[in-house]
Ligand binder design. Structure first.
Ligand SMILES: Nc1ncnc2c1ncn2[C@@H]1O[C@H](COP(=O)(O)O)[C@@H](O)[C@H]1OP(=O)(O)O
Ligand SMILES: [Mg+2]
Ligand SMILES: [Mg+2]
Ligand SMILES: [Mg+2]
Length: 308
């Protein structure tokens, strides 16, 4: 790996490589069929894949970037969950390593970085067999802002002739753009995406007011962004956490979109910020659609979420 590349570029390139490895763990656990499901709370599950993929990502990154703060969703202490040497990935993606670092990120130091790791986003869907909804999320933040993100889809099917290769990895870097996919142009009519497994009457109310042509109910924060058909994501409820939105926000904003809470405020991604995204999620592929959706949400609903 080029030691001369700025740390933000090296960390993004390392994250792209390790996310694929984590994705293979996610597929391997499913093929073995022993999911080891633990109920963490209401509608909140963890599997062997969540635990193992998290160890793979955190151990690989913390060995290379010991001064960065790396925060993962799962409590998987190294003692309980032996790290197999084949889970340690020290490679870095060559395409990302070759990126020109934006001037504003050149001076970032390792200790300024907070990484938010969601080893398996869409756990409910994973356990129910909606495998294409599952993603691995690694979000890189500096000064409270998501500046880099990796979204890996372990079950994306790449057709190469008669052969199918599983998995693709999307990345985004502030002021540099995105790679690994081509964002689709927004549809003519308003198509909204939202939760499939964590709805409630307030979530539904915020959808009704959108005057949408279609509402797509899919799992995971990462997948909603990549699914390609929707232009707005509305989730008027607590439930998502910083590791759910950091990578998606970085990729979306690098592609010209915007992710905020339901009140239109940006979340902060510093290490000491509260983990829950208490006031929901509102994301859109451009500012115009974001403003449209924000203005449609009734003030009493915004107030109710803010005062919860
Ligand atoms: N009530 C909740 N409890 C736990 N996790 C939630 C909740 N609501 C949302 N999430 C997390 O946010 C993601 C996006 O929400 P949804 O799939 O409902 O649209 C979920 O896949 C889940 O991430 P994870 O699967 O990583 O635990
Ligand atoms: Mg979870
Ligand atoms: Mg998640
Ligand atoms: Mg998760």
């Amino acid at each position: 790996m080029s030691v001369s590349a700025p740390v933000i570029i090296r960390l993004l390139a390392s994250s792209v490589s390790v996310a694929s490895r984590a994705g293979k763990i996610v597929r391997d656990v499913m093929s073995k069929g022993e999911l080891g499901i633990v109920e963490k709370g209401k509608d909140d599950y963890q599997t062997e894949a969540d635990r193992s993929a998290e160890r793979c990502i955190i151990d690989s990154l913390s060995r290379q970037y010991p001064k960065a703060r790396i925060i993962g969703e799962e409590d998987s202490s190294p003692n309980e969950n032996e790290v197999s040497p084949e889970w340690i990935v020290l490679d870095a993606d060559k395409e990302v390593l070759g990126l020109e670092c934006p001037a504003s990120l050149k001076g970032v130091k390792e200790e300024d970085i907070v990484v938010w790791v969601d080893p398996l986003d869409g756990t409910s869907e994973y356990t129910q067999g909606f495998l294409e909804h599952v993603t691995v999320l690694i979000g890189i933040s500096v000064n409270d802002k998501p500046v880099g993100g990796v979204i890996h889809q372990p079950y994306f099917k790449n057709q190469a002739g008669s052969e199918v290769k599983m998995g693709r990895t999307i990345w985004g870097l502030s002021e540099a753009g995105v790679g690994g996919f081509t964002p689709a142009p927004p549809p003519e009519s308003i198509i909204i995406t939202t939760t499939r497994s964590h709805s409630n009457p307030v979530v539904e109310k915020a959808l009704q007011v959108m005057n949408a042509a279609q509402i797509l109910r899919v799992g995971g924060a990462g997948y909603k962004l990549l699914e390609g058909k929707a232009s707005v994501y509305v989730f008027a409820s607590p439930g998502c956490k910083k590791w759910d939105t950091c990578a998606p926000e970085a990729v979306l904003s690098a592609a010209g979109g915007k992710l905020t809470d339901i009140l239109g405020n940006f979340y902060k991604y510093g290490a000491n910020e509260p983990k829950p995204n208490k006031t929901g999620v509102l994301a859109a592929v451009n500012d115009e659609l974001h403003s449209y959706a924000l203005n449609r949400i009734p003030q009493d609903l915004k107030d109710a979420l803010a005062n919860k």
